[in-house]
Design a protein around this ligand. Structure first.
Ligand code: IPD
Ligand code: CA
Ligand code: CA
Length: 265
């Protein structure tokens, strides 16, 4: 199955890279004025799904643009055909294709392909995480003040969901540095690769994180909800880290609940 995911991600990624600057129709997704989609997101998804269906016609699919099929199947392919649509539409070369494979509720394989760097990230449950075939390991940073963190802003940031703005301010005050690149899947690969020490974001969808969370855990890191408890893939909130700074990140996110937030000194 992972070989099919790799083939699909590579083929879709090549299509995305070739399509930069050639978009014909940009639509706004229903009720979300910042959430854009073009025929390229859809074309990428069609390529991925047709390959999967050719090999595994009875498997379930959960894909961002076309939704789901076979919801009760044991295996579910969770697909984001273009993670980083805003970047893509601006010609900013930070976007990816990401495919996770879930078996009875557990992610067993994940693939992220970054076509701009021609880098393939892969993981299978229990077998480690790899970047172009080289084993990855999370960083060893132990303190938040030494850490480089990544986050993302949801399309509905104007509504400040889950106090996203205050969390950002709180991390700005406590981390060594913060970045926002615009592809959650790549962000998670960078945590797995030890380039970043941690990542958090609210309002993520399962297709944004399915592959990336396995890459992080297989590289020795930790993933959870904002409260530090077991991650729910469908629960919208994710903290991913090298493990060493995880409790500190969860504690920053808890400030809001303790009423200590918005710490601009
Ligand atoms: C988005 C990207 C971005 C994150 C957003 C996602 P899309 O996915 O992953 O980094 O901040 O929350 O929705 O819409 O480009 O597939
Ligand atoms: Ca996405
Ligand atoms: Ca997408």
């Amino acid at each position: 199955m992972i070989n099919v995911a790799i083939e699909a991600a590579r083929e879709a990624g090549k299509f995305l890279k070739y399509s930069v600057g050639k978009v014909r129709t940009i639509e706004v997704k229903e009720g979300e004025e910042r959430n854009l989609v073009s025929e390229i997101d859809k074309g990428s998804e069609e390529r991925i799904i047709s390959l999967i269906k050719r090999h595994y016609p009875t498997h379930g699919i959960l894909a961002e643009e076309s939704g789901g099929s076979h919801p009760d199947a044991d295996y579910k392919w969770i697909i984001d055909p273009l993670d980083g649509t805003t970047n893509f539409l601006h010609g900013l070369p930070v976007f990816s294709v990401t495919i996770g494979i879930e078996h009875r509720g557990e992610i067993i394989a994940g693939v992220v392909y970054d076509p701009n760097q021609d880098v393939l990230y892969t993981a299978e449950k229990g077998s480690g995480a790899y970047m172009n075939g080289r084993r990855m390991k999370v960083s060893a940073t132990g303190k938040l003040i030494d850490s480089l963190l990544m986050t993302g802003f949801p399309y509905d940031i104007a509504g400040n969901p889950e106090h996203a703005v205050e969390h950002f301010v709180d991390f700005l005050m406590e981390a060594g540095g913060i970045r926002r690149f615009g592809s959650a899947a790549i962000d998670l690969c960078y945590v797995a690769a030890g380039r970043l020490d941690g990542f958090w974001e609210v309002n993520l969808n399962p297709w944004d994180m399915a592959a990336g969370i396995l890459l992080v855990t297989e590289a020795g890191g930790r993933v959870s909800g904002f409260d530090g408890a077991r991650l729910n893939l469908y629960g919208k909130k994710l903290v991913a880290s090298n493990g060493m700074i995880h409790d500190a990140m969860v504690s920053v996110l808890a400030k809001q609940r303790r009423g200590e937030t918005g710490g601009i000194k």
